[in-house]
Design a protein around this ligand. Structure first.
Ligand SMILES: [Zn+2]
Length: 330
């Protein structure tokens, strides 16, 4: 089963769930939280497969009909909401449809499962409607709420769920998985692992990207003209924006490290040219740290569902403010 490929370092969560599944008082509502790309969807899928598996398997490869259907998103008893990462909100009508569906009998499997991805996007009304369902769960139904930051989900909802936290992996573990399992070369895997912040999904986002090229374009277009530079991400998908900001952070971190140490071996990226050295000399450490903080705040805002366009516009303007009266170009 393919979904296992994306699940690493979650042995504890898996054994916890295995134990729970054996218990007759198995909880019915779960809150799975952890960074983007850390495996929340995979874990929810795995449990959906396990509770419906023809052989009752959890955390093992299984090719039974039921597991295959869950894997390919075709199981009639497993439904997703909020799968579209770009949708701004999850509305009450969508929750009502799910609740109605939950009232029906199980069609093929043993349990109905509904999974709400990025559940923090639920509107007030949607959250209230769901709350009632969590308080009086329909028979044979499991509910999974997936969020990146649990603080963004209303406490009334969170407190009714069994919480499962997905911890970041070590860079070494991510790299090993990329090399052993996804057959990446050492160099690419090493960079992606550092970029990933401990999330395999984020590391995999770099697949096929020319990182050196992207970094160079940041040096030529984003750093000199921040307000225009950040426009490159406007209209892009959320994960593309976050990925871009993360790469920009890596570059800035390298600029500071190089400025302070002049030691290429300490850099994430190895093949920087003249532009890199120029910028490293030009931007004072304090400025770079301030910009890094702004980028962090922008990422957090976008994760908290602030409109990316507004967040990016603020970022560009704030960076220019940091440059301030100091002429970047003399
Ligand atoms: Zn199975």
């Amino acid at each position: 089963m393919l979904i296992m490929d994306h699940l690493i370092g979650q042995e504890n969560n898996l054994s916890l769930l295995t134990d729970l599944l054996k218990n007759s008082h198995f909880p019915t509502s779960f809150l799975i939280y952890g960074p983007r790309g850390s495996g929340k969807k995979t874990l929810a899928k795995l449990v959906s497969a396990a509770v419906n598996c023809e052989f009752g398997r959890l955390g093992e490869d299984c090719s039974c009909h039921s597991c295959h259907k869950v894997e390919t998103g075709n199981h009639p008893d497993v439904r997703w909401l909020g799968f579209d990462e770009e949708a701004y909100s999850i509305k009450i009508e969508e929750i009502h449809t799910l609740i109605n569906w939950a009232g029906y009998k199980v069609l093929e499997g043993k349990k109905k499962v509904f999974i709400i991805n990025r559940a923090e996007r639920m509107t007030e009304e949607a959250a209230n409607a769901l709350l009632k369902t969590l308080e009086e769960p329909p028979a044979d139904t499991l509910i999974f709420l997936l969020v990146e930051n649990p603080a963004n989900l209303r406490e009334t909802l969170a407190s009714r769920c069994f919480k499962i936290k997905i911890d970041p992996l070590s860079a070494e573990a991510v790299k090993k998985r990329l090399v052993d399992h996804f057959k990446w070369n050492e160099k690419e895997a090493s960079l992606a692992a550092k970029f990933s912040r401990g999330s395999l999904g984020q590391a995999l986002e770099l697949k096929g990207d020319n990182v050196s090229e992207t970094m160079r374009s940041f040096l030529e277009e984003v750093l000199p003209y921040p307000t225009i530079g950040v426009e490159r991400w406007i209209g892009k998908k959320r994960h593309e924006v976050l990925k871009g900001l993360q790469l920009l952070s890596l570059l800035l971190r390298d600029l500071v490290v190089y400025r302070e140490t002049a030691e290429p071996a300490l850099l994430y990226q190895e093949d920087f040219g003249r532009e890199f050295k120029d910028w490293s000399a030009r931007l004072k450490t304090k400025m770079v740290l301030d910009i890094l903080r702004l980028i962090n705040e922008t990422e957090a805002a976008i994760q908290d569902n602030v409109n990316p366009k507004i967040a990016l516009f603020r970022l560009g303007t704030a960076i220019e403010k940091i440059y301030g009266k100091t002429a970047i170009y003399e």
